[in-house]
Every structure is written in C-alpha cells, then in structure tokens.
Design a binder for this molecule. Structure first.
Ligand SMILES: NC(=O)c1ccc[n+]([C@@H]2O[C@H](COP(=O)([O-])OP(=O)(O)OC[C@H]3O[C@@H](n4cnc5c(N)ncnc54)[C@H](O)[C@@H]3O)[C@@H](O)[C@H]2O)c1
Length: 284
C-alpha cells in the first residue's frame, strides 16, 4: 500500500463503470489499498472477471448490475452497498460513454441515453450516496469523472463534451455545498487525458460515415498515445486521497486546455479549433 493513499485503508470504495478501463484500474488499486470494493457496471461478464481477479488477491468484492442512467438503480446500489459493507468511504462516479454525430443527426433516444449516463449518472450517484456519507459523519471522498474535454470543445463529440462540462460545473458546485455544510467530504473532478480504453470501440454513432471516421481517429489516438487504465488509476487515486479538486492524468495537458479555454473566454473569441486538429479530422 502506498503511504499517500493510507487514508483509504479499511474503507469501502464504490466505482461505477468498473468493468473496464479507468474504473477497472481504480477498482484494482483501491483493493490494493486495503479497501472493500463495489463494482457497478452494465457489462456483467467483464465486471465479474475483474471481480474474480480482485477477489483472488483476498479482497471482499461486491458486483452490482447498475445502469447509472436509472436513478433508482443508483438508489439500489447505495442500499445494497450499505447493507453489505456499511459506510462508504470513496464514491467514484466514473461510468461514461462516447457518442458521435452532428447535433441534429443524433436520434433523440441517443441524446437522452448519452446525457442520462454521463450527466444524470453522476448527479444521481451523488444524490443516492451523499445522505449516507453525510450521516456517517466520517471523512469520505466523492470523485466525478469529467474529462480534459470538459475544458474544451469538439464538434461531432458535442453530446459528450457538453456532458463533461456539466460534470465539471456540477462538481464545483458540489464542492462548495460540502463546504457550506462543513461536511468532511472531499469532492474531486477527474479530468483524464488520453487513456487507452474501449470507450471509442463502444461509442454510439449517428449514420453519417464522418462519425465512424472520427471515432476511428480518436480510437487510434488513444491506442497509440493513451496510458493504460491501471496507470491512469495510479495517477488519479493519490490525488483524490490528497483531497485535490482538480485531478489529472496528464497535468500539463490539463493546464494547456485550461489556459486555452481561459484565454478564449477572456477574449470572447468565436469558437475555433487548432488548424492541425481540424486537418486530422479531415476538416482542414
Ligand atoms: N479513455 C479516455 O481517454 C478518457 C478521457 C477522458 C475522460 N474519460 C472518462 O473516463 C470514464 C471511464 O471511461 P473509460 O475510458 O475507462 O471507458 P470504458 O468504455 O473502457 O469503460 C467505461 C465502463 O462504463 C460502463 N458503462 C457504460 N454505460 C454504463 C451504464 N449505463 N451504467 C453503468 N456502467 C456503464 C461500460 O460497460 C464500461 O465498463 C468515462 O466517464 C469517460 O468519459 C475517458
């Protein structure tokens, strides 16, 4: 166990989207810190495999089928977790999907699905778990997965990008609410940079072939430049433990995105993307 994560020892971690990528890495690392872990996901086969591997290391693991798009499923997750393991120490609202397509081409159902998972999944994760965490009076941590995309803009990924902006502002307000309540609950926003996961493989797209092309470019970028889910977790978890609000996997990229956004806004500049990015998307 790493010294800087010793605060988590003996605690209970709940991680949504724990069946793959960043969530899987976080679950494995939380278990290594001596936490009991609750894996919530919709992909049961993959999640059970992760659970088996973690159990083999001697950790108590609970797998709960949870579609974060359904508020009641998160209520159920909170109830089962409390019955099984007691008070929650760490909640990571991490499940998220990518959806590609022009705003007007995405079917309404796909818009709804994306926003329900990426935004409402985080909101209702907090709504379902925070009362128990507050009632326990114990020190606890809530981390919500946004993205460096939460500090940027990207056409074709509009539904995803806006959802990550929403998670960021939600987390900022939540942080202040916990301060107003003088609650011992740390709030973090996780802004991963490129992590090689299945997120673009599983992405939902509108029909225009441009979307599949964009998805392939992004998938290739993550596969060639992304760090692994385990490496991402190694970078993320100590920052959460330290009570940092801004949690990055690639701090220099986060700072660059933040600076660009700040200067863009302070100049009230029209929306624009770097020329090389447009060219890479075949839009140059
Ligand atoms: N990979 C990256 O480069 C990157 C960058 C920035 C942000 N993120 C964010 O990190 C988080 C994790 O993404 P990842 O890259 O590990 O993706 P991933 O696709 O590898 O893992 C996401 C997991 O979420 C699960 N999931 C999907 N819909 C769900 C639902 N309705 N309810 C419960 N679980 C559901 C999937 O089954 C999967 O196991 C996401 O919020 C994503 O937006 C990823």
């Amino acid at each position: 166990m790493s010294q800087d994560m010793a605060v988590f020892k003996g605690g209970v971690a709940v991680i949504t989207g724990a069946g793959s990528g960043i969530g899987e890495g976080l679950a494995r690392l939380a278990a290594k810190q001596g936490m009991r872990v609750v894996l919530a996901d919709v992909a049961m086969e993959r999640t059970e495999r992760v659970a088996q591997e973690i159990r083999a290391g001697g950790t108590d693991v609970l797998v709960v089928h949870t579609d974060v798009a359904e508020p009641e499923a998160l209520d159920r997750l909170a109830a089962i977790t409390h019955e099984t393991f007691g008070d929650v120490t760490l909640l990571v609202n991490n499940a998220g999907i990518e959806t590609l397509g022009y705003v007007w081409e995405l079917p309404a159902a796909l818009w709804e699905k994306t926003l329900n998972i990426n935004i409402n999944g985080v909101i209702h994760g907090v709504r379902a778990f925070a009362p128990g965490m507050l009632a326990s009076g114990k020190r606890a941590w809530i981390a919500n997965t946004s993205s460096i995309g939460g500090l940027g803009i990207m056409p074709i990924q509009t539904s995803y990008v806006l959802s990550k902006h929403a998670v960021l502002s939600f987390s900022e307000c939540l942080y202040l609410e916990m301060q107003m309540k003088r609650a011992p609950i740390h709030v973090s926003a996780i802004l991963p940079g490129p992590v090689a996961t299945r997120i673009f493989e599983d992405s939902k797209t509108a029909e225009d072939p441009m979307n599949a092309n964009h998805g392939q470019i992004m998938h290739n970028m993550l596969a060639s430049e992304g760090i692994s889910g385990d490496e991402a977790a190694e970078r993320i978890l100590p920052q959460i433990a330290a009570g940092k609000f801004w949690v990055s996997t690639h701090p220099e990229v986060t700072r660059e995105f933040a600076n660009n956004r700040a200067s863009h806004l302070s100049n009230l500049a029209d929306p624009a993307l770097p020329a090389e990015l447009l060219a890479g998307m075949g839009l140059g």
